[in-house]
Each structure stands twice: as C-alpha cells, then as structure tokens.
Design a protein around this ligand. Structure first.
Ligand code: AMP
Length: 113
C-alpha cells in the first residue's frame, strides 16, 4: 500500500495531538474535528482499510477496546458516541490507513450524508 500521512504520524515524523498509545495502536485528535470529541484510533501496522484486517488477529477488537476506553476518559461514555470506519471513495475514506473515528460530545444526526 502507498505511504500515508498516518504512517508518518506513527513513526513520529509528523506531530499529532496524541490521546493514547500502545504497542499496537495510536489515538490522536482529528485535525478537522466534526464534534467536540473527534479522535482517530489507528493500528500502528500499515493496513489500507477495514477490508484488509485479519479478523482472526484480535486487532479490530483491540482498536474498539481502545476507542471505548477513550470514550470513558473523554467523559462521553454515558452520553453516547459514534464509532465510524470509512472505506473507499463512496465510503468517504480520504486517508488510506485504517482508522476508527470516535465522535461525541453532542447529539449526532442520522443518517449520515
Ligand atoms: P476519512 O475521511 O475517514 O479517511 O478520515 C480521515 C480523517 O483524518 C479526516 O477526518 C481528517 O480530518 C483527518 N486527518 C487528516 N490528516 C490529519 C492529521 N495530520 N492529523 C489528524 N487528523 C488528520
């Protein structure tokens, strides 16, 4: 897969507003937030999108666990939040490195655009 800005963030070559990090994942605030809380949770490993994940690896569960923990630490667990994964052009994916959006801090409308 082609190099993305998120790979550079993982390697520390581009700064980010880091919220959480472990050996498998990194979470940082979205540069263009769509809600009071808008955090991206990404695998450190280069994976182009959600279709490339090995569902036997436990990585997806790990990323969701991290997202849920961050929701607690951000104080939005009780009010609720949304986890979003965009895939491909029609899915609205603009960075081709798998990421989970954690959105919350205000009521979110449905359906999305
Ligand atoms: P998506 O459209 O699902 O691929 O989401 C990509 C997200 O990455 C967008 O919400 C962007 O605002 C965000 N983004 C792009 N570059 C950066 C960056 N350098 N730091 C933080 N967020 C970024």
């Amino acid at each position: 897969m082609a190099e993305t800005i998120f790979s550079k963030i993982v390697r520390g070559e581009i700064p980010c507003d880091k919220v959480y990090e472990d050996n498998l994942s990194l979470a940082f605030r979205d540069i263009n937030p769509q809600a009071p809380v808008h955090i991206l949770i990404i695998p450190k490993k280069d994976l182009e999108d959600i279709s490339k994940i090995d569902t036997e690896s436990g990585l997806l569960e790990h990323l969701i666990r991290v997202a849920n923990q961050i929701a607690v630490s951000e104080g939005i667990a009780e009010s609720g939040y949304r986890l979003v994964v965009n895939k491909g052009a029609h899915g609205g994916q603009t960075v081709n490195h798998l990421h989970i959006h954690l959105l919350g801090g205000r009521p979110l409308t449905w359906p999305p655009g």
